[in-house]
Design a protein around this ligand. Structure first.
Ligand code: PHE
Length: 394
């Protein structure tokens, strides 16, 4: 064990104190290693009431310290004492190999950040590799994200790629280019949240929270020539009151396929395959006439009830069918809006000539599909952050 000499302190500035106490903590570790067989000797050496090293050094350093340095010194003495006591703690005495201080100084000589963090005052104790590690619960994808991935992956297998667009959208992309004329009642079907103070802008530039993912159809076609096969997952906003099946913020996945010779049969085949891939190969689909301004003809897609197999139950209101998504053939008016935009850049552009090019689009609500797949009865569970709900998807 080292001689009882009291080191001298050359000043009270932070760096001097830091250096002095690093030396002292190294001394603690060395003596701990040397006296591993005799913890009592170690205790007396450092903590002895009369001749203990801590007491002697603190008397020598603290007494002569100017009043403003006493606090900083006191804190460091407490930390040093905690380090000494730690060496005497049962788990340390029993488990720690004598050679461990060497391990710590090895890190120190490598200039590693571990050594630095050990000497940091938040870590007065040396590295103890025998202690159990910190158990962290691994995260899981949120059930909505998981459902989105599942749906998107069905289409990736069909050769689709993914596109995204902004949630704050302009009137042009969200409505006008999708053939919702200004003041047309079709806009009422999508209760819109608009951004304030836009009155001075031309109506096509006014900003709103997108009510559907369809504006990304327009963005994609303006940017890129056919053939197009994309899916667009994303968040949408509507001025809807929240209840068990509605939320003002929800998620959709849009699909768009544009090429030569795309027919309604392609649309039916694609969605029939997708529904079977998602809900099981027994599921049947049927297409009902519907209306969307940007598709013509338009259809609502129903799938045979996955709860009763189509016999009729409470979930399908005894009809045997559940309505799941909207779709249709891209309306020529949409292509016309896209061509007009593309011609602003290249007046000769004819890539979306509706004589040659056709396409289909579809849109589905992610929450509704997730609720069906997992038997969730209240949409609010998805947004509650309640671990008891979320952990069921781990
Ligand atoms: N955007 C429509 C909606 O939100 C859904 C849809 C997308 C319909 C694509 C047809 C084609 O209601």
């Amino acid at each position: 064990m080292s001689e009882q000499t009291i080191p001298s302190l050359s000043g009270y500035e932070e760096p001097t104190l830091e250096a002095a106490f690093i030396t002292l903590s190294e001394e603690v570790r060395t003596t701990a290693a040397e006296t591993a067989a005799d913890p009592e000797a170690f205790r007396l050496h450092w903590l002895g009431r009369k001749q203990g090293r801590l007491k002697l050094i603190s008397e020598a350093w603290l007494k002569s310290a100017p009043p403003e340095a006493k606090k900083a010194l006191g804190i460091r003495f407490n930390e040093l004492k905690a380090l000494v006591e730690y060496q005497l703690s049962p788990e340390r005495l029993v488990k720690v190999p004598v050679s461990e201080p060497g391990l710590v100084s090895e890190y120190a000589t490598q200039g590693g950040t571990i050594a630095a963090s050990l000497q940091n005052k938040k870590h007065p104790h040396p590295l103890d590799i025998t202690l159990p590690g910190t158990l962290r619960a691994p995260g899981i994808p949120h059930p909505l994200l998981k459902t989105m991935h599942e749906i998107v992956s069905v289409f990736h297998h069909l050769g689709y790629s993914t596109n995204l667009g902004p949630q704050v959208e302009s009137d042009f992309y969200n409505f006008e280019a999708l053939n919702f004329p200004e003041n047309h009642p079709a806009r009422d079907t999508q209760d819109t949240l608009v951004i304030a103070n836009q009155q001075s802008r031309p109506s096509r530039d006014r900003l709103l929270m997108r009510t559907h993912t369809s504006p990304v159809q327009i963005r994609t076609m303006i940017a890129q020539a056919p053939p197009i096969r994309i899916v667009i997952p994303g968040k949408v906003h509507r001025n809807d009151a929240a209840d068990a099946t509605h939320s003002p913020i929800f998620h959709q996945i849009e699909g768009l396929c544009v090429d030569t010779n795309i027919t309604f049969s392609d649309l039916k085949g694609t969605l029939d395959h997708a529904m079977k891939a998602l809900f099981g190969s027994d599921v049947k689909t049927r297409f009902f006439p519907s209306f969307f301004p940007f598709t013509e003809p338009s259809a609502d897609v129903q799938i045979s009830c996955i709860f009763c197999g189509g016999k009729g139950c409470r979930k399908c209101k005894h009809s045997g069918w559940i309505e799941l998504l909207g779709c249709g053939m891209v309306d020529p008016a949409v292509f016309a809006a896209v061509i007009a935009e593309r011609r602003k850049i290249n007046p000769a552009d004819n890539t979306y000539n509706p004589e040659k090019i056709t396409g289909f689009a579809f849109g589905m609500g992610v929450e509704r599909i997730a609720m069906m797949l997992h038997g969730v009865s209240d949409i609010g569970h998805f947004y509650s952050g309640d671990m008891r709900f979320l952990e069921q998807f781990a």
